[in-house]
Design a protein around this ligand. Structure first.
Ligand SMILES: [Fe+2]
Length: 246
């Protein structure tokens, strides 16, 4: 089975459309690691699409927030403002769908899906040490995670931890291969709000049983996504950051 792996779409319809066009014909099923909504201006469009097209869904912290499953106290000001806007904007059906999303780790075939970390979906795995801890709590040798909005990941080879190298700014694709027997925690990056100083939408392609992952980036119409955020009256930082990818 060939999978399109998405994470952190964050209601960015323009970025999602570009990813789907870029990956067309190269996958059989879609997996999503959560954060369908929050920050962006198209929550219903993205959730309507996910309900119709994504085979394996997982909830993220912003999905929880947007359907009232969590307190907004720990969100910063702009995340809280966007969560409140999203809550008011979402249809009742889409809110019910978000509320029913499963929490990770979610086993699927011979890998696992998580949003943040295995024991805490709100925790950010941003270092080899955090990845080493996380791998201890995962049964399969391969897991995909999101939440950091940073494409890449970590691999444990014996006692050594390796960091997956970044995709160079001018490259649209890079295949990362690992040795059998290693344990991998890999992040496809964020479709709708990349934070690795590369504004292009990030995603990944994986084929069952392979010891490799294709990391991809797709250009999208950033000004259109920004205009939608501004027109919705969302905090200006949410449109500004899309231009720089932070
Ligand atoms: Fe996110």
């Amino acid at each position: 089975m060939r999978y399109l792996i998405l994470s952190d779409i964050h209601a960015n319809w323009q970025a999602l459309e570009a990813v789907l066009a870029d990956a067309a014909g190269q996958y059989d099923r879609i997996l999503c690691l959560g954060d369908y909504v929050g920050y962006g201006a198209s929550p219903n469009e993205v959730v309507d699409w996910a309900r119709a097209h994504v085979s394996v869904n997982l909830r993220g912290n912003h999905d929880r927030a947007a359907c009232g499953l969590t307190s907004l106290d720990w969100f910063n000001d702009h995340a809280r403002a966007s969560a409140l806007w999203t809550m008011a904007e979402l249809s009742a059906e889409n809110k019910a769908w978000l509320r029913a999303l499963p929490q990770g780790p979610l086993p699927h075939e011979d890998f696992a899906l998580i949003h943040g970390a295995p024991l805490d979906e709100d925790e950010y795995i941003t270092s080899p040490d955090l990845a080493r801890d996380a791998l201890d709590y995962l049964e399969p040798a391969l897991a995909f995670f999101g939440h950091t909005h940073l494409q890449g990941g970590f691999v444990r080879a014996g006692r050594r931890m390796l960091t997956v190298p970044r995709l160079p700014a001018k490259e649209r694709a890079a295949v990362y291969e690992w040795q059998p027997g290693t344990r991998c925690l890999l992040n496809p990056g964020s479709v709708g709000q990349p934070r690795d100083r590369d504004r292009r939408a990030a995603y990944a392609l994986y084929e069952s049983g392979a010891h490799s992952l294709a990391y991809r980036r797709a250009e999208y119409d950033v000004p259109l996504a920004q205009a939608a955020i501004d027109a919705a009256g969302l905090p200006p930082i949410l449109s500004a950051r899309l231009a720089e990818g932070y």
